[in-house]
Design a protein around this ligand. Sequence first.
Ligand code: PLP
Length: 447
Amino acid sequence: MNHPNIKVPPPGPKAKELVERDHNVISSSYGRWYPLVVERAEDCIIWDVDGNSYIDFNSGLVVMNVGHNHPRIVKAVKEQVEKLIHYSNTDFYYREAIELAEELTKITPGNFPKKVFFGNSGAEAVEAAIKAIKWHTRRPRIIGYIGAFHGRTMGALSITASKPIYRDHFFPMMPGVTHVPFPYCYRCPFKMEYPSCGLYCVDFIEEQVLNKYIPPDEVGAFFFEPIQGEGGYVVPPPKYFQKLKKLADKYDIKIVSDEVQAGMGRAGKWFAIEHWSVEPDVISSAKGIASGFPLGAMISRAELQEWDKGAHASTFGGNPVSARVALEVIRIIREEKLLDNATKVGEHIMKRLNEFKDDYAVVGDVRGKGLMIGMELVKNKETKEPAKEIAHDVMIDSWKNGVAVITAGISTIRIAPPLTITSELADKALDIIENSIKKVMKEREVK
Ligand code: PLP
């Protein structure tokens, strides 16, 4: 069948009815981008309840890296649920969690002994990282980044700094977090240019933060996303993390790479930090790790997880079904060479988006690694004023025409299809997005 296939202008009648019921009973704190009610999915295609099919540029929010309902995942789930569904990993042992931990210690960067903690989500992986850092270093402070998203539980939220709404009415949070500017070169917080800046943003941390008001020996770790996700798909420049790591080493500060969104092959490597050839002390992973089953993992240098019994644990964390699925995800990524595919198709998409940048006044910046790609829309390429409404309209029009896509940051179209996507299917989606850009520019009379 030919996809996308829009039979009924979305939202159709069934979608409308379900959305109304949803609003009566489900928390209004959920973001919801548009009234898409998904009924089934296969690889890179999703169907709504009215029978429309769409190309999925969201991967169910950067989760379905091996594609929706991969037959090997479905088979693994069936086999596992017939064998063992749960037997608290906090209290006893089972093979699936052990085998998965062994694999995770192999695919994460760094040829040193590692250990793994399992939770159920990205935020829990970040919470585990905070606790491991505090327990081990006995240092009470953390340095995080402006624009970062690490989750919404109170510890993770204390480091999150991508939108005020996430923090509104929740103050005070965990004390001891200091935020520094992220290397967002298109909008450099220091109004400098790479590479002539000499990566001043790292010097700033030492000169203005560690030397002036945050005693370095109180800082346990730098927490960062190697590529900011929620914050706008922002890719730091070459050598950034190498320089940060040197600074961290100087003061014996650990580095924590939050790879919940950028990891598990998304950026064309197992973990995005590999693009900078830096070996973090801790990695947090979730989202793509178990193809939609709840799982978060905190993988660290082994000594960081030599702590007292009971210091941290989770009843469901690393349950056998999620763990078995995650093992299958790793095998699929390996056997189907999805890191290579993400790199190849990602380069193809970047090439086309850069053509959009040449052709359309609203496309200000294109950036990404693998299949984690952002196209930032602006009102004016000189002033770089973010085109929030235009990005919104492009997102909605693309959806109505068969591409499920959302934004990140203020006005960045985020492109994160399953790693299985072909260039041909990506092109179809990009044609639709391009038409939406043209249409919205015309409607809003942008020249
Ligand atoms: N860390 C990063 C980088 C994320 O992108 C997210 C979610 O988007 C989280 C943590 C939180 O993950 P979860 O929603 O599974 O708690």
